[in-house]
Write a protein that binds this ligand. Structure first.
Ligand code: MOS
Length: 728
């Protein structure tokens, strides 16, 4: 019986968020806190020769200026012959990127610290740098985990009747969550408490344990609310260790908050990505070969793989495919995962190329996808645990009116505006990670539920409360779910769209364990009406433990607990992926249909209509789930038309480090967006039957828009963003 799952549920934390009760990292009040302001390098590569902090130290309110000359030690000292490393802040005079932290000015107030930061004088010995992926492409090295080709793509390409071959560019893009990254650290003896904006409290704990040389159990990381992160807080970043080190040096609480500009070098970014895609098909449109080479940058001191070509191998039934990823070092900060990492980049190129192939073949773009529909996973040959993509295509085409499309570019108009229709496929994973959750069920019919996950915005507080209420048979307001604290049971980072599958399975497991315990307790009494009933056949509902679908056989839980002298029952459940999953391929899919209107004189593009149909297992909270997909579409519009981090390669510096210069969509850019789910009944992926759905929403959107722009204008733009001048 469903009580909450599948029903639209408003956010349980919504009122706390809009009334200011929800505390974000920088809002925690810690007595006697000092404020740190970070000073960043202004060269991209070289050495600090002198750093003069005297004037800053004399400034009003300044407590200390920490540089590499007086910083507390972080991490292990590298071996003398090791290559230059930048893992921990303020540990050497080396500069590895423009915008690297080189000092922390700490003062009684934020304003005093910021003022004094301007008084720090630095001299450098600069070295030649390279920050442009184009110029280092030849030095790119294969991804650490290369995937071999399938079939014989080169020979098959030679024999293909129809071919396309194009190159696609995606610039560096930055996450710009509303909440800036921040930490507040304080020590009580050997115990560190740190409030940190993070998607992964246990990851930060481990990182700080290594950096500070303190046992993990002495470190408490707290992060109850996150104002957006999108991958920018998956890795620990440099500022938590900097803040904790400063607090240890000063023997005083320290707070550090990034400025908006510091976020452009302080938390990673979507890497600059270049893709060379060749598709070969027979005259009927059947793909014969895909050769999809991707290149992206990393930093000089740290590897990073965006796995650009991973998911795209599994999209089309093509026997011959090679999709190598090569990565080149640049003198920039290290990239990181950013919303739908890899997938949205790889699918922009593949789905643009599929559109180009459809024109070369004179086959409708949707028909071309259907001709090459993968009935089984083309990479492993395994069956899909579920795949309703065909229904997504069918429903999307019908609702959008796709079959009325005149395939000829520039053939459709609205007054003087050129109208274009484009489509693309989306794909994401159905991941599940190990996770733990703890439930305490009280005799008064309330429950406390905890797991150290995060809620960066998708509605994790709400869906976990729903799952617990569903299986404990309680009302939502009888359940209190807490997250974001290393005192809670271990959970994975919130990322990869795996939280509901991973943590949700643990919450469900803990609730079912409590149900089984209550049954045991009840059946110690020979007269129990539940004698002989298996745990799987009972459920909790409205304070009673009862045989499923048989309310005549039930007992009152409060009475049972009272009779047995039990005030509360606590169970912790560790969930992990079922081995059954290995027999199948599990993916989430979607189809996107887009209308654009282009002003032929100005080159301006409006995305007037988006229809996105996704198939991602069961939808537990349709309200929050539609929000996720709409948000994905909005981000896809940003990626297609607006977002780019420009680098001035003369200085190796990110130039667009503000929301004035880094454009993201605003309300005026957004018109009609409709998202629809085709639910799948997948009993393999996890007990809840849910797949990744958050990141899925943006995959395919940039390609669908670029394809619509081609249909409108006859211009194929292969480098994002599609800004007006590229159409003139
Ligand atoms: Mo998302 S890039 O997995 O936070």
């Amino acid at each position: 019986m469903t009580r909450y799952l599948g029903k639209e549920t408003t956010r349980v934390d919504g009122i706390a968020k809009v009334t200011g009760k929800a505390k974000y990292t920088a809002e925690f009040q810690v007595p006697h806190v000092a404020y740190g302001f970070i000073v960043l390098s202004t060269i991209a590569k070289g050495r600090i020769t002198t750093i003069d902090t005297r004037e800053a130290e004399q400034a009003a309110g300044v407590v200390r200026v920490i540089t590499h000359l007086n910083a507390g030690k972080l991490g292990k000292a590298p071996a003398a012959d090791a290559p230059a490393q930048w893992a921990w802040p303020l540990q050497s005079d080396r500069v590895f990127f423009n915008g690297q932290p080189i000092a922390l000015v700490i003062a009684e107030t934020y304003e005093q610290a910021r003022h004094a930061s301007r008084l720090v004088k630095v001299a450098y010995q600069a070295e030649a740098h390279s920050t442009d992926l184009q110029t280092v492409l030849a030095q790119a090295k294969p991804d650490a985990k290369p995937v071999p080709a399938r079939g014989n793509p080169v020979a098959a390409m030679q024999q293909a009747a129809v071919k396309v071959n194009s190159e696609y560019h995606i610039p560096i893009e930055h996450h710009n969550p509303i909440e800036p990254h921040a930490a507040i650290a304080f020590w009580e003896g050997e115990q560190l408490t740190i409030f940190d904006k993070t998607q992964n409290v246990y990851g930060v704990q481990q990182h700080l344990s290594e950096g500070l040389g303190v046992p993990a159990e002495n470190i408490r990381v707290v992060s109850p609310f996150v104002g957006g992160a999108f991958g920018s807080s998956l890795k620990p970043n440099y500022y938590p260790s900097l803040t904790a080190m400063a607090a240890r040096e000063l023997k005083r609480p320290v707070k550090v908050v990034f400025t908006r500009a510091q976020m452009f070098t302080g938390h990673g970014y979507r890497p600059h990505t270049i893709q060379k895609v060749a598709l070969g098909a027979d005259a009927q449109g059947k793909l014969q070969s895909i050769i999809h080479e991707a290149f992206h940058n990393t930093s000089s001191f740290e590897p990073f793989s965006d796995a650009t070509t991973s998911f795209l191998r599994q999209v089309y039934a093509c026997p011959n495919l090679d999709a190598p990823l090569k990565i080149a070092a640049t003198d920039l900060p290290t990239p990181t995962w950013m919303r739908a990492p890899g997938a949205v980049s790889g699918m922009f190129a593949l789905e643009s190329a599929m559109d180009e192939l459809s024109y070369a073949l004179k086959i409708d773009p949707l028909d071309l996808r259907l001709i090459n529909y993968a009935e089984v996973d083309p990479e492993s040959g395994k069956p899909f645990s579920s795949k309703a993509l065909r229904e997504c295509y069918r429903m999307g085409a019908e609702k959008f009116g796709w079959r009325q499309r005149n395939p000829e570019p520039r053939s459709m108009r609205d007054g003087k505006l050129l109208v274009g229709w484009g489509m693309a496929t989306s794909v994401w994973g159905a991941f599940q990670q190990s996770a733990s959750a703890r439930i305490t069920y009280h005799a008064d019919g309330t429950a406390n539920v905890a797991s150290a996950t995060s809620d960066i915005g998708p509605g994790t507080y709400t869906v976990m409360t729903m799952i617990a209420a569903e299986f404990l048979g309680l009302h939502l307001d009888q359940v209190k779910f807490e997250l974001g604290d290393t005192r809670q049971p271990r959970a994975p980072a919130q990322g990869g769209s795996w939280t509901t599958s991973s943590v949700g399975s643990a919450v469900q497991g803990a609730a079912l364990t409590i149900t089984a315990r209550l049954l045991d307790m009840a059946n110690k009494d020979a007269g129990s009406p539940l004698q002989g009933v298996a745990a799987a056949d009972v459920e909790m509902l409205d304070g009673r433990l009862r045989v499923k679908n048989d309310s005549s056989r039930s007992i009152d839980i409060a009475e049972l607990m009272k009779r047995t002298g039990t005030t509360e029952i606590t169970e912790t459940f560790d969930s992990k992926p079922s081995p059954e999953r290995a027999k199948f391929a599990s993916l989430a899919h979607g189809a996107q249909f887009v209308e654009v209107k282009v002003d032929p004189d100005l080159g301006t593009i409006k995305v007037t209509r988006v229809l996105e149909i996704t198939a991602c297992g069961k939808i537990l909270n349709p309200l929050a789930s539609h929000s996720q997909e709409i948000g994905g579409v909005v981000w896809g519009i940003g990626m297609a038309l607006e977002e780019a981090t420009e680098v001035d390669h003369r200085y190796g510096r990110m130039m667009t480090a503000s929301l004035q210069h880094y454009h993201v969509p605003v309300n005026a850019d957004i018109h009609s967006i409709e998202t629809i789910f085709v639910e799948e009944d997948d009993t393999v992926v996890n007990p809840l039957g849910v797949k990744g759905m958050g990141e899925l929403g943006m995959v395919g959107i940039p390609a669908a828009i670029a394809n619509a722009v081609f249909h409108a204008t006859g211009k194929r733009v292969r480098d994002l963003p599609i800004t007006p001048e590229k159409l003139l």
